[in-house]
Write a protein that binds this ligand. Structure first.
Ligand code: AP5
Ligand code: MG
Length: 212
């Protein structure tokens, strides 16, 4: 099963991708996580994209497409994959098709802009394994420490309020149109994102026809 999770910043793409990955035993591929890892490691790619990510703008399409094409060709993607945060522009969506990167379902996690600020200011990320928490909605058992691996939790630089506003604007200007694109291909399913994490997860499994 090859899935795309679409949605605004903070919609819950990463959270749901982690849950679906465990449930369906297929990898979650987050371009945001891959790029953050590159910046943390100071690789050539990381140095190239750091400023763009910190200000909440989009990394050039060709950079993203090369990373994704390389990743989905790995053996662990043979049974399927979950794309989290990609595609993000019409050019990326068209290019996935041209490169033969197949998609079966596109889930758009729907959420009002008004909810997003609270999600972002409360988000905490594991510096070791990338797991996502929220101080109120999904807190770790020990403050500041990842349940899964014991890693230290940090706040993403692009979760600053002004940057979140810019990311939302970028979403509305460049990404939201993908709902039309995939709707016309008959692949789009909408899921309510403004409900508890477990309920949103059940709603996604329902549209995929998978037993919760
Ligand atoms: P990326 O990392 O993809 O960020 P994003 O799309 O802005 O989305 P987020 O990760 O902020 O939100 P999410 O939907 O994953 O929400 P989460 O589950 O964490 O991209 C970062 C940057 O990388 C971009 O700005 C760009 O520069 C670059 N980039 C990446 N991909 C690119 C591409 N394809 N093209 C170009 N550039 C690209 O949830 C948010 C918080 O809410 C968490 O704390 C979570 O615990 C909580 N939460 C989740 N669900 C719920 C719920 N149902 N109820 C209550 N709280 C919830
Ligand atoms: Mg994410």
């Amino acid at each position: 099963m090859n899935l795309i999770l679409l949605g605004a910043p903070g919609a819950g793409k990463g959270t749901q991708a982690e849950l679906l990955s465990k449930k369906l035993s297929i990898p979650a591929i987050s371009t945001g996580n891959m790029l953050r890892e590159a910046t943390a490691n100071g690789t050539e790619l990381g140095i190239r994209v750091k400023k763009i990510m910190d200000e909440g703008s989009l990394v050039p399409d060709d950079v993203i497409l090369d990373i994704v094409e390389q990743r989905v060709s790995q053996p662990d993607c043979a049974r399927g994959y979950i794309l989290d945060g990609v595609p993000r522009t019409l050019a990326q969506a068209r290019s996935l098709l041209e490169r033969g990167i197949a998609i079966d379902h596109v889930i758009s996690i729907e959420i009002d802009d008004a909810v997003i600020e609270g999600r972002m200011t409360g988000r905490r990320i594991c510096s070791k394994c990338g797991s996502t928490y929220h101080i109120a909605a999904n807190p770790p058992k020990r403050e500041g420490v990842c349940d899964a691996c014991g890693g230290e939790l940090y706040i993403r630089k692009d979760d600053a309020v002004e940057t979140v506003r810019h990311r939302l604007q970028v979403y509305h200007e460049q990404t939201e149109i993908l709902k039309d694109f995939y709707g016309q291909l008959g692949l789009l399913r909408l899921v309510e994102g403004n409900q508890p994490i477990e309920d949103a997860n059940k709603a996604i499994l329902r549209v995929l026809g998978v037993q919760a």
